[in-house]
Design a protein around this ligand. Sequence first.
Ligand code: DC
Length: 225
Amino acid sequence: MPKFSIIAIDGPAASGKSTLAFRLAAALGFLYFDTGLMYRAITWVAINRKLNVLDEIGVSRLAENVQIEVLPPSLSDGRPCDVVVEGRDITWEIRNPDVEANVSIVSAYPGVRRALTQQQRRIGLHGHVVMVGRDIGTVVLPEADLKIYLDASAAVRAQRRFSELIGRGMKVKYSEVLEKVIERDRIDTNRDIAPLIPAKDAVIIDSDNLDADKVFEKIFDLCND
Ligand code: DC
């Protein structure tokens, strides 16, 4: 029987936190909720509607009005859930390089963060949830029972992201993926609102020399000790 009900997992891009959170939620019978996909979905809608992502007011208004549906997976193609906006399945499109290149800009807007944080908090407070993102332990759910900050070096994270994109048939260069990881870290860490930092009471785990199984075991043990 897990002793926690609200578990927050934060960390930089491609640190392996989504995979870990998904596995942990399945093992505990909790809801898995990836907040990054909400920022990605808003970015995708902005690009799709040919809105300038530098138009802060326009993009913030979008975040207040667009309904993002996160549903159980309808296909067995590796997706942890379906992401649907206005009836269109955008689960994989939100992983594309154009979204990747713009999501840090969109997620730095206070209006966007306010709109999405409110929804995330409402979902999280029901409990029995593993919520993953950048600011879950610090801003979205500071009352979380367990806070994990999963870290790894930029080189290791870029290698993971590179393999994932190649696996999906995309033509990318490692050096470019690394550059983008570093740039996203810079924006995520330096923004004024909800920057990427570990909560004071977070358990910090460096996964450079730990494989996904070891990280999972470590955290699963923490939940059941
Ligand atoms: O975890 P991810 O790579 O899917 O996140 C996509 C972007 O969203 C990333 O640039 C940081 C941002 N994000 C955020 O600012 N706050 C969150 N809680 C989750 C993601």
